[in-house]
Design a protein around this ligand. Structure first.
Ligand code: PHB
Length: 391
């Protein structure tokens, strides 16, 4: 009799334990963050993870009564890995949201998984215009290359640049940058002497820069993904391009805050257009940069960190609004139309396109207190992705 009671008690405890676990599971909100933490795009992963953790440190990990859990996976920037990890996160971990996506091929590889499983996919880095069209569950908090390239094509002819050579990395964002910069530059009366494309994997810029030297344009317009800018800048300097009177212009990816301070004087005076600079002079940004650096051994946040930080905000707000009810559809609906003051400036998630509308700044590299920064000198307000206006 006594034995039976004990057994019954044990069974009751086991049951309780199981249902307790079930309850705990229901009260967890999982974010699967797939990023390149190693390999060629590792700085992007490091920046975004740090920003996501900062957001959680500042805003707590309980939202609408749920415990937010961040699960970080390293895809080494190989899209097959991104797809496999996203699949595991959805099927085994039952994540509520997928996020991250360091490069365009990763985002495109995961888009069908987001659609099939009705899981929101918050793209925090990848920036090819078409990505948001790959799934109705994609929401973007980074930027698009068309969005930032046009401003550069408007600024340059007014500032003594009549001829350019373009040099872009040969995949989605590079092709977007090349197209939107060149078309607008031509429209503004400029001449594009040559369009050069370098491979994404292990690029060697030397032969391309030699060609540019021979062509002698007023300026070289560059897009390379975050992490590759320092190599371009170094070889640009080593080949004496600046001394030969060729200016370097581009999207802000080339003067990436993650690397800028180590680029040396060759970067001084380089003008770029972009949506975020660590030097953006708002109180919200000053606090963001100070908190980020404090939490990360003085690492300066770059535009990738900004995409990760705002991505977390968009997820938190959607969870608050829905209370976690209604699954992925309700979450995406609550992400659409969000409008807020980001450290980068005012931001709006366009309800029609699920893409980000934001200010684009013209910036020049200057030394401030002995450090190199992208110092903003002009702004084009509330820029929509021009890649969408042709729909
Ligand atoms: C992309 O792959 O979409 C991408 C990566 C890095 C950038 C911009 C775009 O800096």
């Amino acid at each position: 009799m006594q034995k039976r009671t004990l057994l019954q008690a044990a069974a009751a405890v086991a049951l309780l334990g199981a249902s307790g676990l079930g309850l705990a599971q229901d009260n967890v909100f999982k974010i699967g963050l797939v990023l390149p933490m190693t390999g060629q795009q590792a700085t992007t992963g490091r920046q975004i993870e740090a920003a996501a953790r900062l957001w959680m440190a500042q805003n707590g990990d309980t939202v609408a009564g749920k415990k937010v859990q961040l699960i970080v996976k390293d895809d080494t920037s190989l899209p097959d890995q991104t797809r496999r990890l996203a699949q595991e996160l959805v099927v085994n971990e039952k994540v509520n949201v997928l996020a991250g996506m360091g490069i365009t091929p990763s985002a495109l590889a995961v888009a069908p998984i987001a659609t099939q499983s009705k899981t929101p996919l918050v793209v925090m880095a990848a920036a090819t215009s078409s990505i948001t069209e790959a799934s109705p569950y994609i929401v973007r908090t980074s930027f698009t290359l068309p969005q930032v390239s046009v401003a550069m094509a408007d600024w340059s002819p007014k500032n003594g640049i009549k001829s350019v050579v373009t040099l872009v990395t040969d995949y989605g964002p590079g092709l977007d940058a090349e197209k939107y910069f060149s078309e607008r530059f031509l429209f503004n009366g400029g001449k594009v002497l040559e369009k050069l494309r370098v491979p994404l994997r292990n690029p060697d810029f030397a032969p391309f820069l030699q060609k540019v030297r021979d062509l002698k344009p007023d300026a070289l317009f560059v897009f390379v993904p975050s992490g590759a800018g320092a190599a371009v800048m170094k070889q640009f300097g080593e080949r004496g391009m600046d001394k030969a009177g060729i200016r370097l212009i581009g999207t802000g990816d080339v003067t990436d805050d993650d690397q800028l301070n180590d680029m040396g004087d060759v970067a001084l005076g380089v003008v770029t257009s972009h949506h975020y600079s660590a030097f953006h002079p708002s109180p919200a940004n000053k606090k963001f940069v100070a908190d980020f650096m404090k939490a990360n051994k003085n690492l300066r946040p770059n535009f990738m960190a900004m995409g990760g930080y705002d991505g977390m905000r968009v997820i938190y707000e959607a969870l608050k609004k829905t209370g976690g009810k209604g699954g992925g559809d309700a979450l995406v609906a609550a992400m659409k139309g969000q409008i807020f003051e980001s450290p980068r400036g005012p931001v709006f998630i366009d309800a029609q396109t699920r893409d980000i509308v934001q200010n684009v700044y013209l910036r020049k590299v200057e030394k401030k207190d002995g450090q190199l920064y992208n110092v903003e000198f002009d702004v084009i307000k509330d820029v929509k992705d021009p890649g969408k206006s042709k729909q």
